[in-house]
Design a binder for this molecule. Structure first.
Ligand SMILES: C[S@@+](CC[C@H](N)C(=O)[O-])C[C@H]1O[C@@H](n2cnc3c(N)ncnc32)[C@H](O)[C@@H]1O
Length: 196
């Protein structure tokens, strides 16, 4: 089954879909295998391939995803069915900025992979949704090399870059959070919530 996910990921890349990069995908799977979360929230589902891969590794876990694009959400649901995880995966269709604040569940693992300019806004509502010991895994946190200054930021990306810097400051300075930043592909952060 995982080979079929990898095949579909290759196909999606060729079609220009913004799916999680290879090494970050491997890191995601290694973290969930180690942590064994039971409840997962994914912000930005796209075709659902990362979510399915996680569910295939974790036979008892369930996944809630948030996706703004109706067509992508439809394709992701078809993929959930194809891989036989549809009983354990659901999608909230809409803007994560509106949906996150009204979520009431608690999660062991949150995969943040939605609109890059909104991570700082989102994180403040996401941390309270994490169980103690839960993990927030965020992709693109070094945002094309703009965040650490390796690449000069084009003016049109200044706002997104600032939001990402605020996000990184938040997850690295709050006392109840322990964060590792991985300089891998577009940058991944892994944050554990130590206490409420
Ligand atoms: C990088 S892709 C997600 C890839 C997916 N997590 C994976 O690992 O294959 C980002 C997704 O976020 C969705 N998105 C963008 N803005 C959003 C928003 N405001 N709310 C919810 N989803 C959003 C896009 O439609 C896109 O499908």
């Amino acid at each position: 089954m995982l080979e079929e996910i990898i095949r579909r990921r290759e196909e999606a890349k060729l079609q220009g879909e913004p799916i999680l990069r290879d090494k970050s995908f491997e890191l995601l799977l290694s973290v969930i295998e180690k942590r064994q979360p039971k409840s997962i929230l994914e912000i930005g589902v796209n075709l659902g391939l990362s979510g399915i891969a996680m569910l295939l590794k974790l036979k008892k876990a369930s996944l809630s995803g948030i996706e703004i694009d109706e067509e992508k959400a439809k394709l992701a649901k078809e993929n959930y069915k194809f891989f036989g995880v549809e009983e354990r995966a659901k999608i909230f269709l809409g803007d994560a900025g509106e949906i996150i604040p009204i979520l009431s569940g608690k999660y062991d693992f949150i995969f943040l992979d939605g609109p890059k300019g909104h991570y700082y806004e989102f994180v403040q509502n996401l941390i309270p949704l994490l169980n103690k010991g839960g993990v927030l895994f965020a992709d693109n946190v070094l945002f094309r090399g703009y965040v650490d200054g390796r690449v000069k930021t084009p003016r049109r990306f200044n706002t997104t870059k600032h939001s990402m810097e605020n996000f990184l400051e938040y997850i690295t300075t709050k006392d109840n959070l322990k964060t590792e930043i991985h300089d891998l592909e577009d940058g991944v952060s892994i944050t554990e919530k130590l206490y409420e």
